[in-house]
Design a protein around this ligand. Sequence first.
Ligand code: XMP
Length: 320
Amino acid sequence: MAKEIRAAKLDTEQFISEKVREIRKIVGKGIAINALSGGVDSSVVTALGHRALGDRLKTCFIDNGLMRQNEPKQVKSLFQSLGIPIEIIDARKAFFKALKGLTDPEEKREAITQTFYKKVFGELVVQSGAKYLLQGTILTDIDETVAGIKRQHNVFEQLGIDPQKAFGYKIIEPLVQLRKDGVRKVGAALGLPASQFDRIPFPGPALAARVLGEVTPDRVKIVRKATAIVEKELSEMKVFQYLAILHEDRVTGMRDGKRDFGLQIEIRCWDSVDARSAAATRLPYETLERIAGKIVKDVPGVVSVTYNITPKPPSTIEAV
Ligand code: XMP
């Protein structure tokens, strides 16, 4: 396995020129494809891949129906302003079909992985003639998968899976020696705006990582609304990550003097350097109250909002 490069020791210019050379060597005169989700890692790998391959890297934004509010449009226009064209692929039906009826966290992750790599990407790769998929796997993804904590949706080789055999294409992972802090440094050096490399992390399985129980379009809609409120209210906080989770259980609540057996949203906000361990931020009580008030007012059906104060470990940052 490639050796870790710590952020403090990272020489970004040297790293970028080495990776550009490597990517060019592997892809040769062919073409590669990559999926941009708008998260930190995929944004950095997109910029790096374009530096190496220019037009020979085709970048797609897979709309899996699990993204945050307005994300597909925002990501596309940001990258277009950087001169990187993005094609949006509408794959919402395929993902919701694969997730139907699933409640087990690992089964949900596996369904997303298979739909993404085999179905959606499998077809895109065949259509485009690309032989390589460039992706932003980082060291933390590999560590946690190998340790059996969570199967990150983008890890194969370390689990004994050969992507060429399983999906019909090779995977190039230029960021595997880095952790999030290193990736951000490379993003800055590649000229990405701080709004992109310094944004809070967002997981590959997207909002499905924040829906306990079955992931349906209606349940994603609820967590998407709650997420938008949490992100807006906490946007000025200098913290690692914040998110909203939709619980599976309902609780008794009351609305307009009547019993309302409603939904529960859990808020998490984390202090962390590299996501390996994390502590709940001591948010001001007024902030928590304001968020809870907005969620019960604006997100239909929610009667309870809680704040997670458990550190990682034993908690993890995402809920699924
Ligand atoms: P966890 O939940 O494992 O998350 O403590 C660690 C960091 O990785 C981000 N992230 C993912 N988390 N599945 C995950 O569970 C993924 O595929 C994934 N991709 C990225 C997560 O948001 C947190 O910052």
